[in-house]
Design a protein. Structure first.
Length: 201
């Protein structure tokens, strides 16, 4: 009798969870997603790309509710420096302990914990605010950023821009917050990530 009651209770709980809509998980398609970065300094700017290595998102109905995306720090590319030797030197510096210490921290991670939709967003405007945490160089900090999110069946597409203060992740090289008299060697603390994300089963 107790076993029957336990089974009935389990079925009831399971049914309630389904009725409440626990959501579904779909995989991020790394080959159909892109991440572009841009960093500025006193004398100019640099830009390039970095790859998503894996990830997933969770949906409740047609709404994004959470997820996690892994970024391959070993895939950093600089697009604006055309001289091959200088480009290699520049990217090597980004890999070093002055910047992202890639040998010890090969992956950066974005975890999505909350998504607030703006149903009144106009065409071309971000229709959601994404909140979560970002881990770079072994340091995790909260992040929040606007995004445009669309869903169609088991497919999600999202794009947006994240502005990151690198000094919060112990990337201090050339920062005016920590070094004096940098002159034209100073690098801005904020850099920008523009992303286009596709997830589907």
């Amino acid at each position: 009798m107790k076993k029957l009651l336990s089974l009935a209770l389990a079925i009831a709980i399971s049914g309630a969870a389904i009725a409440a809509g626990n959501g579904k998980t779909i995989k991020v398609k790394a080959d159909k997603s892109s991440v572009k970065w841009e960093a500025k300094k006193v004398t100019g700017a640099h830009n390039g790309t970095i790859n998503i290595s894996s990830g997933f998102v969770t949906l409740n109905g047609n709404k994004l509710t959470g997820g996690e995306v892994a970024i391959d720090m070993k895939s950093i590319v600089c697009d604006d420096i055309k001289d091959a030797e200088y480009n290699k030197k520049f990217v090597g510096h980004l890999f070093s302990d002055d910047f992202f210490s890639v040998a010890n921290n090969p992956t950066a991670t974005l975890k999505i914990t909350k998504v607030t939709y703006n149903d009144k967003a106009k065409a071309g405007e971000a229709n959601a605010t994404v909140t979560g945490s970002l881990t770079i160089k072994g340091t995790t900090k909260p992040v929040s950023f606007p995004a445009t999110i669309t869903t169609k069946g088991d497919m999600l597409m999202a794009n947006g821009k994240i502005t990151i203060d690198r000094t919060e992740y112990d990337v201090r090289y050339g920062s005016g917050k920590f070094f004096d008299n940098l002159g034209d060697k100073m690098i801005e603390d904020n850099f920008v990530i523009n992303f286009n994300l596709t997830a589907a089963n």
